[in-house]
Ligand binder design. Structure first.
Ligand code: ZN
Length: 188
């Protein structure tokens, strides 16, 4: 499962509520959990793997088996405020101090559609709030102050260059494939 990196436009899309709790959803959750653990993340949202569904997976510590999959998550209440370093698997190499609610409660469904409520604080609360923002196309860069954006501008530019290069490569592969097809049609 490939994690999409900034500034891939799919990260700016709004995700739709999950209505079907089927095997496809369970497979998506399992694949995302694996991708999160492999990349040593504490959270991953479905749009980060180019699936526009309201599903996130979070972990308090990145240990296998400690993760929770939250489908259609809704913040119920929040309390306190805390600043801490925060990163994002779609922004590799960037860590910035971000202020967020220190404690929160979230209502969600599991992959079978059963309703749950969970309270969280510290890193877990931070991860849940961060991932829910992904579902509305809001990204770490939007949370950064102008000074932080300035400090990270080189890394952000590197990510943009990398994205553009990969997109051009993908277009070239498509062109080669289609012209190859034309050539074979011209041949007897
Ligand atoms: Zn993120």
């Amino acid at each position: 499962m490939e994690i999409r990196l900034y500034p891939d436009p799919v990260l700016r899309e709004r995700s739709a509520p999950v209505e079907g709790f089927d095997q496809e959803l369970a497979d998506l959750a399992a694949g995302m959990t694996q991708a999160m653990l492999e990349n040593r993340g504490l959270g991953l949202a479905a749009p980060q793997v180019a699936v526009l569904k309201r599903l996130i997976v979070v972990s308090p510590d990145g240990e296998a088996g400690h993760e929770t999959v939250l489908v259609n998550p809704e913040v119920v209440c929040t309390e306190g405020w805390e600043e801490a370093d925060e990163g994002c698997l779609s922004f590799p190499g960037i860590y910035v101090k971000i202020g967020r609610f220190a404690r929160m409660a979230v209502r969600y469904q599991d992959v079978a559609g059963r309703p749950h409520e969970m309270e969280a604080e510290g890193l877990l609360a931070r991860a849940i709030l961060h991932e829910i923002e992904h579902l509305d196309g809001r990204l770490l860069v939007d949370r950064m102050s102008p000074v932080q954006q300035m400090a990270q501008r080189r890394r952000l530019r590197e990510l943009t260059t990398r994205y553009e290069r990969r997109r051009k490569q993908a277009l070239r592969i498509q062109e080669t494939a289609s012209s190859g097809g034309d050539a074979s049609r011209r041949n007897p």
